[in-house]
Write a protein that binds this ligand. Structure first.
Ligand code: ZN
Ligand code: ZN
Ligand code: ZN
Length: 349
């Protein structure tokens, strides 16, 4: 903090809090705040009924408040510190920011993400291991789900089965609703899984994941129900080659944008440029979407230990969509794919 000019870092329940003190907390109208001043010791402000969950923090002083107390006034009085610049968790509730602005009327508030991203983006060996294991678990789920008969099933039903299979691999799926997008629905990149019955001739996008000891898995495969027609086979091959090209572009020292460009060039040259409607990827770790973002214009230089998705797609309105998504880790020599489920075009029943 001393080198950033920030006087006070405030983390609310989010991956920031998990990263800093191993506590997930509970985001609500009763705020939980980890307060880290530029000088002096950090403290935690917590509603009294949740204080027992923080007893493990024996080295940090935890201040609990009663239902009728003002938690922001408690923070102000417990930690009298310089507060010209305050960094607050990106995912803090607006009511928390408003409460803080009331007690620190002169402060300038900033997003803590810009401060914490340099720490959180580069994973340690233990974090990489959890991401690797989470990816392997969801890959095993793919093998099992594609042996299932798809035609006649509602998207939602297949999503429930996929969730059960992922959970059976020891992955926590409680916060993870998979995307199952079939037929013309698959042309909507973030389709909301619904009641449509899957049928012969459909493209089916399966975008799913889960959490292992706090670390996220996120992968996508696209399958075809029955024998695929030539136009589908062609578009699928373009996405597969684009994904491969982007993965091969991953190495330390190159900008994030160059990975996006590698996928986008392949798709554009094949004539589908207008139908690749999103960035190539997002960082992943304690959050499903975090930095680094693999997007045009992001000159952030890749470093060993960064982990992100590589997930190009083609979406033809009214017809079909295709996406292939793997999580990769930047290594000293290049890139490691954490997801290794087959990427060849697969027909299901
Ligand atoms: Zn997505
Ligand atoms: Zn995904
Ligand atoms: Zn993703």
């Amino acid at each position: 903090l001393l080198t950033t000019g920030i006087d006070l870092l405030l983390a609310t329940p989010s991956a920031d809090l998990v990263y800093l003190i191993g506590y997930g907390g509970h985001a609500s109208e009763r705020p939980t705040l980890l307060a880290v001043p530029a000088r002096g010791d950090a403290i935690v402000i917590v509603p009294r009924l949740e204080a027992p969950r923080l007893e493990y923090l024996s080295t940090m002083s935890v201040h609990s408040y009663e239902e009728t107390d003002d938690p922001y006034a408690l923070l102000l009085h417990t930690l009298p510190t310089e507060t010209a610049r305050i960094a607050l968790s990106d995912q803090a509730w607006a009511t928390v920011l408003l409460g803080l602005q009331r007690v620190y009327p002169g402060a300038r508030f900033e997003a803590a993400g810009t401060l914490l991203r340099s720490l959180r983006m580069v994973k340690g060996a233990d974090e990489l291991d959890l991401l690797r294991r989470a990816a392997a678990a969801v890959d095993r789920a793919f093998d099992r789900i594609v042996s299932r008969r798809f035609s006649g099933l509602a998207e939602r039903r297949l999503a429930d089965e996929l969730t059960a299979v992922v959970a059976g691999e020891g992955v926590d799926t409680s916060d993870w609703g998979p995307i199952v997008a079939s037929g013309p629905n698959s042309a909507s990149a973030h389709h909301l899984t619904g009641d449509r019955l899957i049928q012969q001739g459909d493209s089916v996008i399966l975008d799913y994941g889960g959490v292992l000891d706090g670390y996220q898995a996120d992968t996508t495969r696209t399958v075809h129900v029955g024998d695929p027609p030539d136009d589908f086979v062609h578009a699928y091959e373009v996405v597969r080659v684009a994904q491969q090209a982007a993965v091969q572009a991953v190495r330390p020292g190159v900008p994030a944008a160059s990975v996006d460009a590698a996928a986008r060039d392949v798709i554009a040259h094949a004539g589908y440029g207008d139908y690749f409607v999103h960035r190539t990827g997002h960082g992943i770790g304690l959050d499903t979407h975090e930095e680094p973002y693999i997007i045009e214009g992001n000159e952030l230089v890749l470093e060993p230990g960064m982990t992100f998705s590589v997930e190009p797609g083609i979406y033809l309105p009214g017809r079909f969509g295709i996406r292939i998504e793997d999580i990769v880790a930047v290594t000293d020599g290049g890139c490691e794919r954490l997801n290794t489920a087959p990427r060849e075009l697969k027909s299901v029943r």
